[in-house]
Design a protein around this ligand. Structure first.
Ligand code: ATP
Length: 318
């Protein structure tokens, strides 16, 4: 189709992107480079950020939402880094304004920054008409951070290596979740460091020589495939949970409150401090969320479902 001058009027593109929970996060020993190999089973869930890209003279950023004051608005923002990387790939200047409507808790273990990077890539690719092939978008995502490729893809996936080697997983139904948002965040590197410290302190050691290679749980993959919440609850695990609770002991009370209220399983989401509760159905999710709010052990409790689709262009007013 021929583009007219009217088509080229400055407009904007909005991409929506989900948060994630790790239904399994198996952490290998510390590698000589300081990173850890993972067996990371991601599930995208229906808490979303939206990134709107609008033409501008230079790269600028704004952010709105309950945690907006904790989001950096300079070149360290992952959405800004994504726009810069995409522009460089195509020999362009990143002349764009990015607005982040933020609903994913910041530094909450739900990959909010990674989500914004994936949304910014998709929105800018559409705005600039650069039509980057999906495989190239995925490799840009992997360069930006180990959780970014999953934010683009969504659904459910197994991440190996540092989490960036993704294999999509089949899911057999919708799972019902409650997320308890904590006050303040936890730094992901600090949680890995605490995991190493706890492993050393227990006498088992913390290096790849001491810890078996992380492997996905066959029972967990089967539970995802069949859509069976009780089987998923019985097989979920997070090797970072002890470290997150050690750094934030109050999480133990949140986990206990959700379980007492009838959640099938409770676990820390990724590196925390958000906690995740799997329930049998939507009614149970509402009940668990109400009990968590009443318990006074969290800032907010949100119900949602997963799997959710990956980054998607919602609105395009070009
Ligand atoms: P993960 O689950 O991937 O470990 P997280 O959910 O714990 O990440 P993020 O919300 O991604 O954490 O934020 C981690 C830090 O990254 C923040 O404290 C903030 O300083 C920085 N950051 C950079 N860009 C963003 C962004 N777009 N949104 C939120 N935080 C960002």
């Amino acid at each position: 189709m021929t583009r007219t001058a009217a088509d080229r009027r400055p407009g904007s593109v909005t991409a929506r992107v989900p948060a994630k929970v790790n239904v399994q996060l198996a952490v290998g020993g510390r590698r000589p480079d300081g990173f850890h190999d993972l067996a990371n089973v991601f599930l995208a869930v229906g808490l979303y950020d939206e990134v709107t890209a609008t033409p501008a003279d230079t790269l600028t950023l704004t952010c709105a939402g309950p945690d907006a004051d904790q989001v950096p608005l300079d070149g360290t923002n992952l959405a800004a880094r994504a726009a810069t990387a995409l522009a460089a790939r195509h020999g362009l200047e990143p002349r764009v304004h990015l607005h982040i409507a933020k609903d994913i808790p910041v530094a909450g273990g739900m990959a909010g920054g990674s989500a914004d990077a994936a949304a910014a890539l998709l929105a800018c690719d559409t705005l600039w008409g650069t039509a980057t092939p999906r495989s190239e978008l995925l490799s840009l995502c992997a360069e930006l951070g180990s959780d970014v490729p999953f934010s683009l893809v969504g659904g459910a996936a197994l991440g190996r290596g540092r989490g960036e080697l993704l294999e999509p997983l089949e899911t057999g139904g919708t799972f019902h979740w409650v997320f308890a948002v904590a006050d303040g965040g936890l730094s992901t590197p600090a949680v890995y460091k605490e995991c190493d410290r706890l492993r050393d302190a227990s006498g088992q050691g913390a290096t790849t020589a001491d810890i078996p290679d992380p492997e996905p749980s066959p029972a967990l993959l089967a539970a995802l495939r069949t859509g069976d919440p009780a089987a998923l609850a019985a097989s979920m695990s997070n090797d970072l949970q002890a470290a997150a609770v050690s750094l934030r002991p109050s999480l133990a009370a949140t986990l206990a409150a959700g379980k007492e209220a009838g959640a099938l399983a409770a676990l820390v989401s990724g590196s925390g401090p958000t906690t995740a509760f799997l329930t049998a159905d939507a009614e149970d999710a509402d009940r668990v969320a109400a009990a968590l709010r009443a318990s006074g052990t969290c800032r907010a409790a949100r119900t949602t479902t997963g799997p959710a689709p990956g980054a998607t262009v919602l609105a395009n007013t070009l």
